[in-house]
Design a binder for this molecule. Structure first.
Ligand code: CDT
Length: 315
């Protein structure tokens, strides 16, 4: 039995602050229909795909931002997407902000992706692990990146789910820059990692990185794919959103590290590749046979230490 998953990276152009969920879901449906024509089994949408990237604005009272979060999935706005995808027999991965309230009244705000199977059943919801940016309002910046104000980091780490005839994992935006992300999933036998992102082209703490955004994007996902013998699907919300230019360059990477397909625009665009999941074993069964070649006994710093501890100076 072949295990080919035809995947569509459903890149979005900007979502304006004033755009309603209904308007955005119409765009998601448009890309879903393109995916049907292209024979896709799975469509991957970007991070925070239902709204503008709201962490670029500060509000002193965080509850004033509650309208950016979903409180259930599916909900009235996204039900048409769930219904149409199930009717077409196409699965999807959707990024959005989620607000949950515990029984004791504690409120949690997460940056999540939900993976949905071809029959419309929810496979799993992944919460972003690495939360970038800053916690406090920093008015000297041309725009804010207040993810650390608006989102809690996941306590759950990186899961891998049996889905689409293989093993599928998820990561969100900044997660893709960290090798631990891929390895955590690689050690669970992941065969395809789905990643939505919003990456402003300007990085205020070090603008020297601005012209390298595309290079770094490709570098981390390509190497993560190769070093763990997995496909990686990276999907942008690109273009200039509310005055902030953001990286597009959505792409699908093979277990060889090669780029199989890449966006050519910074707007709504479907990027498609046929992914034979059996390709993964060419790498995980040979050069990256973890069981045979890894040396976890000498990697102890990876889980016991957070920051850098330099070796003691020689006396
Ligand atoms: N959304 C997100 O995680 N973006 C970050 C921007 C850099 S940190 C200000 C990223 O890693 O692409």
């Amino acid at each position: 039995m072949t295990r080919v998953v035809t995947v569509g990276a459903a890149q979005l152009g900007p979502i304006a602050r004033r755009d309603s969920r209904d308007v955005v879901v119409e765009r998601l449906l448009g890309l879903l229909h393109e995916a049907e024509a292209a024979g896709c089994d799975l469509v991957v949408y970007p991070e925070l795909a239902l709204t503008t990237f709201f962490p670029r604005w500060h509000v002193a009272d965080i509850t004033e931002a509650d309208h950016w979060y979903e409180t259930a999935m599916p909900n009235a706005a996204t039900q048409p997407l769930f219904d149409e995808a199930a009717r077409l027999g196409i699965g999807f991965c959707l990024g959005y902000a989620l607000r949950e309230t515990d029984a004791d009244g504690t409120v949690h705000r997460w940056n999540v992706q939900t993976l949905v199977e071809r029959d419309g059943s929810i496979v799993g919801t992944f919460k972003k692990v690495h939360i970038p940016g800053h916690e406090e309002h920093e008015p000297h910046r041309p725009f804010q990146h207040l993810e650390r104000y608006y989102f809690e980091p996941s306590p759950d780490g990186f899961g891998v789910w049996e889905a689409f005839g293989g093993r599928v994992g998820m990561m969100i935006c900044n997660d893709r820059r960290w090798p631990e992300t891929y390895r955590e999933m690689g050690l669970q036998g992941v065969e395809m990692i789905l990643c939505g992102y919003n990456t402003p082209l300007h990085y205020a703490p070090d603008p020297g990185q601005d012209p390298l955004q595309g290079f770094h994007n490709q570098l981390v996902m390509s190497s993560g794919a190769y070093q763990n013998g997995t496909f990686v699907v990276g999907v942008a919300k690109g273009g200039e959103e509310e005055g902030v230019p953001s990286l597009a360059e959505s792409a699908i990477f093979a277990p060889s590290g090669e780029t199989l397909a890449k966006a050519t625009t910074d707007g709504d665009e479907l990027v498609v590749a046929e992914c034979d999941l059996d390709w993964c074993a060419n790498y995980t069964g040979t050069l990256f046979d973890f069981d045979r070649y890894r040396r976890p006994e000498v990697y102890t710093r990876l889980t016991t230490q957070r920051g850098v501890r330099r070796p003691a100076a020689a006396t």
